[in-house]
Design a protein around this ligand. Structure first.
Ligand SMILES: Nc1c(C(=O)O)ncn1[C@@H]1O[C@H](COP(=O)(O)O)[C@@H](O)[C@H]1O
Length: 187
């Protein structure tokens, strides 16, 4: 590299993680949302569900939003998860440009009023264009809900969901055992 070559940017942008033939799209309004939204990608990795993960903003990249939402079904995506903080128009606008199910994740970002502005903007969609809204920062539940939708036509995923539920139950039961060993009084 020539000594005069421009320095490589410290943070590559946009962040893209695209696996072969993704069936779920995870999108978010900003790089600052990645930490929260990674929980959804983590669950899809665990369930071996091909997914893609990228940045799209209704406000800052409106044409990219339209391209993304309008091409989603043709590209093989079957469910979309969209996260945003503050004035979170991303999930609603994506829902306006596709008939795929859209799951919204309100994010308690630095510009957000504790996530309440974001959750309300996703919940209060006009009739006819729903966004299935999960809890503030609830990316894991968004991924579970997406898996349940995909499970309607995929027995392997139903099995994976059942095992996941069993693991939740086992964890609670182990905790109860440990508490009892420590003398926890259940009366
Ligand atoms: N809600 C949206 C949209 C959108 O809805 O299209 N685009 C960016 N944002 C949000 O702005 C917050 C602050 O973003 P910056 O950290 O980049 O300033 C993020 O939580 C992002 O989701």
């Amino acid at each position: 590299m020539s000594p005069n070559a421009p320095a490589t940017p410290a943070t590559p942008s946009p962040v893209e993680e695209t696996r072969d033939n993704p069936i779920v799209g995870i999108i978010m309004g900003s790089q600052s949302d990645i930490k929260v939204m990674m929980a959804a990608a983590e669950l899809f990795r665990q369930f071996n569900i091909p997914h893609e993960f990228t940045l799209v903003s209704a406000h800052r990249t409106p044409h990219r939003l339209i391209d993304y939402a309008e091409s989603a079904r043709k590209r093989g995506l079957r469910v979309l998860i969209a996260g945003g903080g503050g004035a979170a128009h991303l999930p609603g606008m994506v829902a306006a440009f596709t008939t795929l199910p859209v799951i919204g994740v309100p994010i308690n970002s630095s510009t957000s009023i504790r996530g309440l502005d974001s959750v309300l903007s996703m919940l209060q969609m006009p009739a006819g264009v729903p966004v299935a809204t999960v809890a503030i920062d609830g990316a894991t539940n968004a991924a579970i809900l997406a898996t349940q939708i995909l499970g309607l036509t995929n027995a392997r995923l139903v099995d994976a969901l059942e095992k996941y539920r069993t693991s939740l139950k086992d964890k609670v039961m182990r905790t109860i055992d440990e508490l009892r060993k420590g003398g926890f009084n259940e009366e």
